[in-house]
Design a protein around this ligand. Structure first.
Ligand code: BGC
Length: 799
């Protein structure tokens, strides 16, 4: 007995002194903390935890009052992912419903960091532990594509600042966003989460969002790095892309966001690029991201992304999410067998700890759990209205106050605030267009409204659940209103508004039929309304409440005005009303081109790639082995339409206003380029309504040794609100990198000597002024590394 207590006392003495002596994060240097960690502790840090499959874990959950079928009660059937650690799964969450956490190591003063989706608002459970006395709803901000259409980095930063406050106030450390993949093809299922088809716009908007969010002392994770431009087979797709297209189109936006936003973290993507999973590729995560761009934060994998935990650690994919016991085991074995140098593991641990030092959890920040949802809702309302794009207006908008309106279309009565999957948000409410118009004093046709309400209630009850919990359920078919009722409403109302909706989300790309194109019912309803109202000399306005591009040519003549509202966040109906009523003069411009038909899209033939093994029988959740060859090369979006003279329905950069602008006085500070070039241009509001204008600077570069797009966006500026008659001179600076293209021969960006043409446009098609300058001598930007090359020849498009 005596002997036992002596041993117990010795053990106690040892553990206390061990704990007391152990360096503490924040008190000792990160290196000292890492040096004190056991191998198991290091691995605990690089392998995350805390993901709960919706419906899989026993977590009492109240449902959010959102407008679409809930996905949290879907069965686990067919959903086989690598098993998680049961102890982790049982560790209580501080914030319910987040996507994941890191492990705490208390003896070293290392807390848990909380990571949560997603790009358009904080995705957490609205209720906790079946307690309905308190809710934790978050703001559904406008989706990425809509915010980018503002072309206003100050506005985006302001939205980011509000978003970051919500993240902080709800006790989360890092938000899994912004999403910033290039919208290569209009069918991309997550395009709504992303910003643009153009890397400059995408990079600048992302950087602004990151700066805004992080100004609150919380972190971001720009995602999905890189070339994750589709959802089909996303876990196994091999993206085959040329070195130049990778550098100029797919990496460029991330480079801007890294350099100008300094995100705390970067999320690697699910796909392979040129044969290697992005999360396992040291050329991407170390050579390009760290060595070339100077990135100092950490990289996390997408959830269950990649296959080989050791290769991921080796590549510099510091944190594996959501983390599995199999990954921990593999890393421990690899270090013990010498397959993984422990120095690399230490490097990764250090990167995570360096960021952890900045986090609210480390600082023991006591979250208020009371974000200012009210002011965020007003900001959302204003930001969405500010960003919407007016596509057509034949003397129809703005609508006079008090007009009698008949609202058609399911979407007029059921707003799509944002897309599905991890990009969704549990919001307390959404404002429909009907509610928005009513609140603004318009008189609505109640008979038609009642018909839609009954139809939607019935259809919602019948709507099947999605096959896999995060996927989109089939949309509710468009209601076909009775023709007599349509004619009657044309008699009784001053005008008709029809709302077209589209939704999409992760795990699935969109289709051409009945998605990119309108269904025959949608076409028929539009035609019937247009005929009935036009016969009476009355107008039809079409509102597009969509997450991705749709075909417009076949029906747009039926409409007298078209407002592209995208997916505008929880105040959507109010934002739409603000634009329709003229309270807000629209100033958004397209961040993605609208092609005439799907076949015109440069990636139409190669998207979404082809399967490689017809007999593959793996887990359907994880997709099939497949590849997609980016034959469109650098000719993505307007770079293609402009260079190959293919007409679009609405070009990149397009958007109307209730006023008119004149461009004048294009000046360059020099006729020849040396270090940089200052461009200035004056914009005058020549109409009768105050308004803002986006000025777009495109550059045509000489094509001596490389082919070049007809024009590329190299800068943009948005004016302040110009009163009628008021002018503003905006400045845009071009640097050597604005002039340069990536030379695969030299493995560096090169500005070729010769004549350059600056085109100042109101869209990619509508060039108002242009001026030439010369570059006398070739400029070579720093030497880069020859990495991530395709293993097969690509037949790339060339003009
Ligand atoms: C998505 C990520 C998301 C993660 C965590 C993945 O399926 O691709 O964008 O952040 O899940 O929810």
């Amino acid at each position: 007995m005596k002997r036992f207590s002596t041993i117990a006392a010795a053990v106690l003495l040892y553990t206390t002194s061990f704990a007391q002596d152990a360096p503490q994060l924040g008190k000792s240097s990160v290196k000292e903390v890492v040096a004190a960690m056991t191998l198991e502790e290091k691995v605990r840090l690089v392998v995350g935890m805390g993901w709960k499959m919706p419906g899989g874990a026993a977590r009492p959950q109240r449902r959010a009052n959102t407008d679409r079928p809930k996905t949290d009660s879907v069965s686990k059937e067919g959903f086989q992912l690598p098993p998680l650690d049961p102890t982790d799964e049982a560790t209580p969450e501080k914030v319910a419903g987040t996507a994941g956490r890191t492990h705490a190591i208390t003896r070293l003063g290392i807390p848990t960091m909380i990571l949560s989706d997603g790009p358009a608002g904080l995705r957490i459970d609205p209720y906790r532990n079946a307690d309905s006395s308190r809710s934790y709803f978050a703001t559904a901000f406008p989706v990425g594509t809509l915010l980018a259409s503002s072309w206003d980095t100050a506005l985006v930063q302001q939205v980011g600042t509000a978003f970051g406050a919500e993240i902080r106030d709800y006790g989360v450390d890092i938000i899994l966003g912004p999403g910033m993949n290039i919208q290569r093809n209009p069918l991309g299922g997550r395009n709504f989460e992303y910003y643009s088809e153009d890397p400059l716009l995408s990079g600048k908007i992302s950087a602004a969002m990151v700066r805004g969010i992080q100004s609150n002392g919380v972190g971001t994770s720009i995602k999905h790095f890189v070339a994750n431009n589709q959802e089909t087979n996303r876990n196994q797709i091999n993206t085959i892309v040329s070195e130049r297209a990778l550098r100029e189109i797919y990496l460029r936006g991330f480079e801007i966001a890294v350099k100008e936003g300094t995100p705390w973290t970067v999320m690697s993507s699910y796909n392979k690029v040129n044969g290697i999973y992005t999360s396992e590729n040291p050329a991407l995560l170390t050579t390009i991201l760290r060595d070339e761009w100077g990135y100092k934060g950490f990289v996390m994998s997408d959830w269950f992304g990649g296959r080989d935990a050791v290769a991921q650690q080796n590549a510099g994919n510091d944190l594996l999410m959501p983390g599995t016991p199999a990954q921990s085991k593999a890393i421990i074995e690899a270090v013990n067998s010498g397959k993984l140098d422990v120095k690399l593991l230490d490097r990764n641990v250090e990167k995570i700890l360096n960021i952890m030092l900045l986090s609210p959890s480390f600082k023991n920040y006591q979250a208020s759990e009371k974000p200012d949802l009210k002011s965020h809702a007003s900001l959302t309302r204003a930001a969405a209205a500010e960003s919407m794009v007016l596509l057509k207006n034949e003397k129809t908008l703005p609508l006079e106050a008090g007009k009698k309106i008949t609202l058609f279309g399911n979407g007029s009565y059921s707003l799509i605030a944002g897309g599905t999957g991890s990009g969704d948000v549990h919001k307390a409410y959404t404002v429909t267009l009907k509610q928005g118009l009513e609140a603004a004093g318009y008189v609505l046709n109640n008979t038609v409204a009642a018909g839609y309400a009954a139809y939607l209630t019935d259809q919602n009850a019948k709507r099947p659940k999605p096959a896999i919990f995060f996927m989109l359920p089939p949309p509710i078919p468009e209601m076909k209103p009775d023709l007599d009722l349509v004619n009657q409403s044309a008699d009784q109302s001053d005008l008709a508004i029809y709302t077209l909706t589209r939704n999409a989300g992760e795990g699935q790309d969109r289709k051409v039929e009945n998605d990119f194109t309108l269904s025959s019912d949608e076409q028929a309803v539009i035609k019937e309304i247009a005929d009935a109202f036009h016969k009476k000399g009355k107008k039809l306005v079409i509102v597009l409440n969509i997450g991705g591009v749709v075909e417009t040519l076949s029906w747009r003549d039926e409409a007298d005005a078209i407002l592209l509202a995208w997916q505008p966040g929880l105040e959507g109906g109010n934002s739409m009303t603000d634009v329709l009523s003229g309270k807000q003069n629209p100033s958004g411009k397209l961040a993605i081109s609208f092609p005439v038909k799907y076949e015109d899209v440069p990636s139409a033939k190669s998207f979404p790639g082809h399967e490689l093994d017809p007999n593959y029988k793996g887990n359907p959740m994880m997709g099939k082995p497949s590849e997609v060859i980016y034959e469109d090369g650098i000719y993505v979006g307007y770079r293609y339409y402009q260079s190959f003279h293919v007409k679009t329905a609405y070009p990149f950069g397009y958007g109307l206003s209730y006023t008119k602008f004149e461009y004048s006085n294009l000046k360059l500070n020099s006729g020849s380029f040396s270090e940089n070039l200052q461009v200035s241009v004056t914009v005058t509001n020549t109409g009768k309504t105050p308004g803002k204008e986006v000025v777009e600077l495109y550059l045509s570069a000489p094509a001596k040794t490389m082919n070049k797009p007809e024009e590329e966006l190299k800068g943009f500026a948005k004016t302040h609100l110009l009163n009628p008659g008021e002018s503003q001179t905006v400045q845009i600076v071009l640097t050597a990198s604005s002039l340069a293209s990536f030379s695969s021969n030299l493995t560096r960006w090169v500005a070729e000597p010769g004549k350059y043409k600056i085109r100042i446009g109101a869209s990619a098609d509508d060039i108002k002024l242009n001026k030439e300058f010369t570059l006398d001598k070739e400029i070579l930007l720093p030497q880069l590394n020859k990495v991530m090359l395709p293993q097969v020849a690509i037949q790339e498009l060339k003009p």
